[in-house]
Design a protein around this ligand. Structure first.
Ligand SMILES: [Zn+2]
Length: 486
C-alpha cells in the first residue's frame, strides 16, 4: 500500500464525508471501526477481531444456505503442482499474471514448482477424476471455505488484496441440464443471502464472454451498487460445461454402461462482501451493519452526571444486559474515560444497529431509550416489554436497511437511449445504466475505453433488445447493464 494512503488516514482527524472523497471515507471507516488494517506484507491486510466476527456471522449464515441445498464441505491443499495447473491452457492464461509460486523448500530448489491456489479447479478436478466412477457417484456437491492468493498490483482493503478468504463450490453432474440448474440455483442462493442477510439489493445476470471466468462456458454474477454510484461484483457462479472434465479426465459410466465426460460448475463469494456492506450501507457517520450480521446488535450506554446516580444506573445496565442476552447480541460500554457523546459517535462509526441509553430518569421510570443507527429515531420502552421489543425492532431495522438499498438501486438505475445521453449519465450521476448493445466484444471494449464503464451483466429479467446499439448504432441483440465498477 502506498505510504500516502497511510498518511491520508490520520486517525485523529474527522471522518471524511462520502461526498468529499468516498475512497478516503472507505479506508478511514474500515480502519477506525477496526474491521481491518494494512499488514506488513505487500498487498495483504489483517482482518481484526471486529471484522472477523462480522465474517464469521456472514460465513455461518451462508454456510447454512449452502448446506440446505445439499452441499457438503471439504478441504483441499493450498499448493497446486505446476503440472496440474498447466493442463488447462485458457485457465492458466487467465490467472498467470497473478499466480504466486513456491520454488524452494529450505535451501533446496524444488523439482516441480507449486502455485499458491488462485482458485482450486485444477487440484479438485484431479481428485474428482479419481473419485468418480459411475453415475451412482453423481452429483458431487462439495464446497470449500479457504484462503486464496492472487498477486495484486493495486490493493484496497477487502476489495482487492493478494490474499483473501472465500468459499468455492465445485460440483459434478451427469447432464448439462443438471449443471445449468445448479449454476442458477447457487446464483439464487447468493442473491437471497445478500438480500435477506446483508440487506443489499443486487441484480442477477449473465456475464458477457469478455468478462467470463477463464475456462467457463457461462458465468453469472450478482452485482451490487455502492453509495458512490459504482458497481461491485458480489458473487459469481460458473457453468464449466465439460471443459475441465476433458482436461482432468473426469468421466463416469452411465446407466447404459457407456463412459461419458461429466459436467461441472464452480461458484464463490469472498470477504469482498464486507467491502460491499461498508460501501452499500455506510453513511457519513460510518458503518451501518444490518442486524442479522452485526457482531453487536445492541450497545448499552449508561448516562449519569452526578456520582450519586452512578450505582443505580450501572445496576440497571446489568439488569437490562441479562434481560437481552437471550434475545440479542448485546454489549455494554462501561468505559469510564469517555463521555456518552463520544460513545454515541463511536458506536455509530462501528455501525451497531441499536443504541440503548439508560440514565437516572430511566432508572426511576423503569424504562429505557432505544435509538436506531439508521435514522436516530428514538423510542421509550418499559423494562417489562424490552425482551419482546428488541428482536422486533431488529427485524424492523433489517427491513428498513434493505428498503433503503432497494430505493437507492432503483433511483440510480437509468436508461440511456443514445451515446451522448450515456456519456452524460456516466459522468454526472454514475449508477447503473440500462442500454442496448450489439453483442460485439470490440464495441464493449470501446465503451470501456471511452467511459471506463463496463457491462456488469445481462440481467436475467432483462427486456428484449429493440433498436440500435447505444454505442455503435448497429442492430442491438442485448439489453445490457453498464456501470463503472470496483
Ligand atoms: Zn455496438
Amino acid at each position: 500500500m502506498a505510504a500516502e494512503e497511510h498518511a491520508d488516514d490520520a486517525l485523529g482527524q474527522e471522518l471524511t464525508d462520502q461526498e468529499v472523497d468516498f475512497s478516503r471515507w472507505y479506508t478511514q471507516v474500515i480502519r477506525r471501526s477496526k474491521l481491518a488494517d494494512y499488514a506488513p506484507v505487500r498487498g495483504c491486510m489483517v482482518i481484526r477481531p471486529y471484522g472477523y466476527a462480522l465474517w464469521e456471522r456472514m460465513q455461518a449464515l451462508l454456510d447454512a444456505r449452502i448446506k440446505a441445498t445439499g452441499h457438503v464441505n471439504a478441504y483441499f491443499p493450498l499448493l497446486v503442482p505446476e503440472e496440474l495447473l498447466q493442463k488447462e491452457a485458457e485457465h492458466v492464461e487467465g490467472f498467470a499474471p497473478e499466480v504466486a509460486w513456491v520454488t524452494h523448500a529450505g535451501q533446496n530448489e524444488l523439482e516441480q514448482r507449486y502455485c499458491i491456489r488462485p482458485t482450486s479447479e485444477a487440484i479438485i478436478g484431479a481428485m474428482y477424476s479419481r473419485w468418480i466412477e459411475s453415475w451412482r457417484d453423481l452429483p458431487v456437491l462439495i464446497n470449500q471455505w479457504c484462503n486464496v492468493m492472487r498477486w495484486e498490483k493495486v490493493t484496497r482493503l477487502f476489495l482487492r488484496t493478494s490474499e483473501f478468504l472465500w468459499q468455492e463450490g465445485h460440483t459434478v453432474h451427469a447432464t448439462a441440464d443438471e449443471a445449468a440448474e445448479e449454476v442458477r440455483r447457487m446464483l439464487d442462493v447468493y442473491e437471497a443471502f445478500i438480500r435477506e442477510d446483508l440487506a443489499l439489493s443486487v441484480v442477477r445476470g449473465e456475464k458477457t464472454a469478455r468478462e467470463r471466468f477463464a475456462g467457463a462456458e457461462e458465468t453469472f454474477s450478482v452485482e451490487g451498487l455502492m453509495r458512490d454510484g459504482r458497481a461491485l461484483q458480489c458473487g459469481t457462479s460458473h457453468n464449466l460445461g465439460q471443459h475441465f472434465a476433458r482436461v482432468f479426465d473426469i468421466t463416469f459410466q452411465n446407466q447404459d454402461g457407456e463412459r461419458k465426460f461429466a459436467y461441472q460448475t464452480s461458484w464463490g463469494v469472498s470477504t469482498r462482501l464486507i467491502g460491499a456492506l461498508v460501501m452499500g450501507h455506510g453513511d457519513d457517520g460510518g458503518l451501518m451493519l444490518p442486524p442479522r450480521v452485526a457482531p453487536t446488535q445492541v450497545v448499552i450506554v449508561p448516562i449519569w452526571r452526578k456520582e450519586k446516580d452512578r450505582a443505580a444506573v450501572l445496576e440497571m445496565v446489568d439488569e437490562v444486559r441479562a434481560l437481552l442476552r437471550p434475545v440479542a447480541r448485546v454489549e455494554a460500554d462501561l468505559d469510564d474515560t469517555t463521555t456518552p457523546g463520544w460513545k454515541f459517535n463511536e458506536h455509530e462509526l462501528r455501525g451497531v444497529p441499536v443504541r440503548l441509553e439508560i440514565g437516572p430518569r430511566d432508572v426511576k421510570n423503569r424504562s429505557v431509550v432505544l435509538v436506531r443507527r439508521l435514522n436516530r429515531q428514538k423510542e421509550f420502552v418499559p423494562l417489562g416489554e424490552l425482551a419482546a421489543r428488541v428482536p422486533a425492532l431488529l427485524d424492523e431495522v433489517q427491513a428498513a436497511i434493505l428498503a433503503r438499498s432497494v430505493v437507492y438501486r432503483e433511483e440510480n438505475t437509468r436508461e440511456a437511449a443514445d451515446w451522448p445521453q450515456f456519456q452524460t449519465l456516466m459522468t454526472e450521476t454514475r449508477g447503473f445504466i440500462e442500454a442496448n448493445w450489439c453483442g460485439d466484444e470490440d464495441c464493449e471494449k470501446a465503451v470501456q475505453q471511452e467511459t471506463t464503464a463496463t457491462i456488469r451483466c445481462l440481467p436475467l429479467d432483462r427486456d428484449p433488445a429493440v433498436g440500435k446499439c447505444v454505442h455503435c448504432g448497429a442492430p442491438a441483440t442485448e439489453r445490457a447493464l453498464f456501470a463503472k465498477a470496483y
